[in-house]
Design a protein. Structure first.
Ligand code: ADP
Ligand code: MG
Length: 316
C-alpha cells in the first residue's frame, strides 16, 4: 500500500540518509562505500517496466484532454517534458496544443519562437476581451502541434487578474473554444503556485508532475498536492493527478535509484513507469529550437518521451 504522500510524517524521505558529501578524502574514496540499510534494486525503474499498448489510430479529433505540467520547483523538466510529450503525441496522430504559461517564454524559445518579437501572446487573450486564443495561435515545426506563446508580458497578468471577476477561470475561458479541435492541450506552468498556476489547474483535467530524482524534490510535492486538493474542492472538482514523471534520472547513482524507489513507495501506480534519463541531448534541443523526437529521433530521450506518450494515452 502506498503511504499517503500528503501526510507530512509519511514523506518518503523520512529516515533516508542525506546524500554523502561530494568531497571525500582520497583515502575514503579508495574504500568501498558503506553498505546502506535498505537494499535498492540494481535499477528500480527497469524493474517496473511492463508492455504499454500501442495507441489506437484516431479518425476524428477532440474534444481535448487538458494536462497541466506543474511543479513549483524550477529546472525539473516541465518545459522539456511539455515540448517532447507534445511532439510524441503528435507523432501518434494526436492534435496537440501547447500553452506557454510561464512569462520566461522558455517553451516558445524551445520551439524556435522569439517571444520578445511577438505582438500578441497568451497575455492578450487573457486580458483583452476582443482577443481570442485563435488570434494568438502559432503553428510549430511539428505537424499537428500548435502553440499559444508567451513572453514577459504575462508576468503583468498575475497582478492584473487579481482585480478581475472569475480571475481563476481566465485561462479556461481562452482555451474553451479551442478544445474541440485538439486531442491534447499541454500547459507549461511557471515555477510557482501563484494565480497563473491556479488558472492552469482550473483549466486542466489532469496534472502531470515532473519530478527530479533528488533529495529535496519531494518536500515541494506535498505542497503541490495540497494546492491541487484546494483547487479540486473550490474550483475544479474533475481535476486529478494524471501522473508523476521521474526526470533527470541517472541509474548509475545509488542516490537517484534510492529516491526513485521512495517516490514509488509513496505514490504507487501514479508514477509513470517511463523515466527520463539525464542527458545533454535535452539542453542541445533547446538551442536547436525543436523537440528531441525530430532533433535526435533515435536517441534514448526521444524513445522515452514516446513511451511516456503511450502511457498518457493508455491512462486517459
Ligand atoms: P523547468 O521547465 O521545470 O524549469 P526545463 O525543462 O527548462 O525545466 O529544464 C531545465 C534545464 O534542464 C534545461 O536546460 C533543460 O535543457 C535541462 N534538462 C531537462 N531535462 C533534462 C534531462 N532529462 N537531462 C538533462 N538535462 C535536462
Ligand atoms: Mg520551464
Amino acid at each position: 500500500m502506498p503511504t499517503d504522500p500528503r501526510d507530512a510524517d509519511a514523506l518518503p524521505f523520512e529516515g533516508m540518509e542525506r546524500p554523502a558529501k561530494k568531497r571525500r578524502s582520497r583515502k575514503a574514496a579508495a574504500q568501498p562505500a558503506e553498505p546502506k540499510a535498505r537494499a535498492v534494486a540494481a535499477d528500480p525503474a527497469k524493474d517496473r517496466v511492463r508492455p504499454i499498448p500501442d495507441p489506437v489510430t484516431l479518425h476524428s479529433h477532440g474534444p481535448a484532454r487538458v494536462l497541466a505540467l506543474c511543479n513549483q520547483k524550477g529546472g525539473v523538466g516541465k518545459t522539456t517534458s511539455t515540448i517532447n510529450l507534445g511532439a510524441a503525441l503528435a507523432e501518434f496522430g494526436r492534435r496537440v496544443l501547447l500553452v506557454d504559461f510561464d512569462p520566461q517564454g522558455a517553451l516558445s524559445v524551445g520551439l524556435g519562437v522569439y517571444p520578445h518579437q511577438l505582438d500578441m501572446t497568451i497575455y492578450n487573450a487573457l486580458m483583452e476581451r476582443r482577443t481570442t486564443g485563435e488570434d494568438v495561435l502559432l503553428k510549430t515545426g511539428v505537424a499537428g502541434m500548435d502553440l499559444l506563446p508567451s513572453n514577459i508580458d504575462l508576468s503583468a497578468a498575475e497582478v492584473q487578474l487579481v482585480n478581475e471577476v472569475a480571475r481563476e477561470q481566465a485561462l479556461a475561458r481562452v482555451l474553451g473554444p479551442l478544445l474541440p479541435r485538439y486531442d491534447y492541450v499541454l500547459i507549461d506552468c511557471q515555477p510557482s503556485l501563484g494565480l497563473l498556476t491556479i488558472n492552469a489547474l482550473t483549466a486542466a483535467h489532469g496534472v502531470l508532475v515532473p519530478l527530479e530524482c533528488e533529495f529535496f524534490s519531494l518536500r515541494g510535492v506535498a505542497l503541490l498536492l495540497d494546492t491541487i486538493e484546494k483547487v479540486q474542492e473550490r474550483l475544479n472538482p474533475e481535476l486529478r493527478v494524471e501522473g508523476i514523471l521521474a526526470t533527470m534520472y541517472d541509474a548509475r547513482t545509488l542516490h537517484a535509484r534510492e529516491v526513485f524507489s521512495r517516490v514509488v513507495d509513496a505514490f504507487g501506480d501514479k508514477v509513470f513507469q517511463t523515466v527520463i534519463a539525464r542527458t545533454v541531448r535535452f539542453p542541445e534541443t533547446t538551442v536547436a529550437g525543436e523537440p528531441i523526437t525530430s532533433w535526435a529521433p533515435q536517441s534514448p530521450g526521444a524513445t522515452a518521451y514516446r513511451d511516456l506518450a503511450r502511457e498518457v494515452l493508455a491512462r486517459a
